[in-house]
Design a protein around this ligand. Structure first.
Ligand code: GAL
Length: 487
């Protein structure tokens, strides 16, 4: 068994053909020069400082306390305690040969919590010192409760200015060292799971205690897009010329394949793509919602004013028609997270099997099927439909059940095969011209997995949730062998 609390050292001894089989022939050289490899996590899922050191309550704190919402009524009050163990975690990343860490900053409002600021300074400084590039995300589902109580949080247009102010503070405070910024993690998840089916905080929907699934998701999505635009504008106007960084947004995407080639199934698949990534990417690139949404959602779909489109949004992205003029200041990139599975879509619903055959093996999460070719299609779709924006694959991973022992957990051969096959498909998409410049695995450590609490393990490193000791899995060794290999 592997040692606890250890760096991932030494190349796995495999010669010639065996080694090529193990890595799938992947190495640094498989990717363009400068390609970034990292892992990703979020503040709420790994820090474990709920209501400590001045951290104010957020809507996730409130949500997880509702009995029955989270498996075993688990909370993230401690989770993997990265707040205190960040050095160990950064050392592990380094020993695996990773270049970068995508983390999120716990969103705040009102009075600055200087203890929190000091923590992020320590953490960022350590990453920089060790040689791990910080990629900071401003929002990962953790809206301060104060905003929810004061004016309904994301449902109120006031949130746009509040977010811009918070982002401004982060740029000012950390931007001398952080050069890669993201506004939101998966705004679609925020709008759909928070306000349509109520599975995530703040748990609103028509059938929930409060909410309106017909209108609220669209209002929230609109405010998220405007908040993104407002933050980008601040960065551009106040910081970019001195800090010389870039800012993007993290969008999740699921590849939808028509069940058959019939016009109806193909149209249904396209509708699903529009409602998934198009909902956010289309306005950001083209200044309006996809026609599909306009036709189906009608008056429930908010509109962008000409000012918003021209002053905020299109300034922040790569306008398709002006790409030649803009190329010299192409500082914004879009970070597109491609989900791990594919759903062949039969009109009017979605399915996970075709002719009785599952689309791929299922991981532990009920939504997560292993379908690597879906990744090729999803990346290529963004390339072709949205003008091949600069992309990062900002999250990719699979989970095992939470109750596996350490010995079982570290022997994660399925995860090794998973990463080998997905990264191979990403390479193919890049070789075919997709402008993808980096890859982040989800996640470095097993951690708090939302509805599933600790009954799901996504890590490259096993965490014993009783002792919080870290045990690198076989997949950690696999990554190290791939990203440290020069041939
Ligand atoms: C994403 C989310 C992460 C993580 C992952 C695995 O939707 O950004 O927080 O939980 O999925 O479910």
């Amino acid at each position: 068994m592997m040692q606890a609390t250890t760096a991932v050292r030494g190349r796995t001894e495999r010669a010639g053909g065996k080694r090529a089989e193990w890595t799938g022939g992947l190495s640094r050289r498989s990717f363009p020069a400068g390609f970034v490899f990292g892992t990703a996590a979020s503040a709420y899922q790994v820090e474990g400082m709920a209501l400590k050191d001045g951290r104010g309550p957020n809507i996730c704190d409130a949500f997880v306390k509702i009995p029955g919402e989270i498996a075993n009524n688990a909370t993230a009050d401690v989770t993997v305690d990265e707040y205190h163990r960040y050095k160990e975690d950064v050392n592990i990343m380094k020993s695996m040969g990773f270049d970068a860490y995508r983390f999120s900053i716990s969103a705040g409002t009102g009075k600055v919590n200087w203890k929190g600021v000091a923590y992020y300074n320590r953490f960022i400084n350590y990453m920089v010192k060790i040689g791990i590039t910080p990629y900071a995300n401003l929002y990962h589902y953790d809206l301060p409760v104060a905003l929810e109580v004061q004016y309904g949080g994301l449902l109120n247009r006031k949130v746009v200015e509040a977010f811009a102010d918070y982002a401004d503070f982060c740029f000012k405070t950390f931007g001398d060292r952080v050069k890669n910024w993201f506004s939101f993690n998966e705004p679609r998840v925020v709008a759909a799971l928070g306000y349509d089916d109520g599975r995530f905080a703040p748990g609103r929907c028509t059938k929930c205690k409060a909410g309106n699934s017909a209108t609220e998701p669209y209002i929230v999505a609109h405010h998220l897009i405007l908040s993104h635009a407002a933050a980008v504008k601040r960065y551009r106007q106040k910081y970019q010329h001195t800090q010389k960084g870039r800012i993007g947004i993290l969008l999740d995407f699921v590849w939808y394949e028509g069940l058959t080639n019939s016009t109806a199934d193909q149209a249904a698949a396209q509708r699903s793509r529009d409602f998934h990534i198009g909902w956010f990417l289309h306005p950001i690139i083209y200044g309006e919602y996809p026609k599909t949404l306009q036709v189906i959602v009608k008056e429930r779909l908010p509109k962008f004013t000409p000012d918003e489109v021209h002053m905020d949004m299109l300034q922040s992205v790569i306008p398709q028609l002006k790409i030649q003029n803009m190329i010299c200041k192409l500082v914004v990139f879009l970070i597109v997270r491609i989900m791990n599975f594919l759903i062949p879509l039969a009109s009017p619903g979605a399915a996970d099997e075709r002719n009785g055959v599952l689309i791929g093996n299922r991981a532990n999460s009920d939504w997560l099927y292993i379908v690597p070719w879906g990744l090729y299609k999803a990346v290529t779709y963004v390339k072709e439909k949205y003008g091949n924006p600069t992309m990062f694959l900002s999250e990719n991973g699979m989970d095992d059940p939470g109750n596996v022992t350490i010995t079982q957990g570290v022997h994660d051969t399925t995860r090794v095969a998973y990463y080998r096959s997905y990264i191979t498909k990403l390479k193919e998409a890049i070789d075919d011209g997709a402008n993808c410049i980096g890859y982040f695995a989800w996640s470095l450590l097993d951690n708090f997995e939302w509805k599933l609490g600790y009954t799901s393990r996504f890590g490259l490193v096993y965490v014993d949730f009783r002792t919080l000791r870290r045990y690198p899995k076989m997949s950690a060794h696999w990554f190290r062998d791939v990203v440290t290999s020069k041939n």
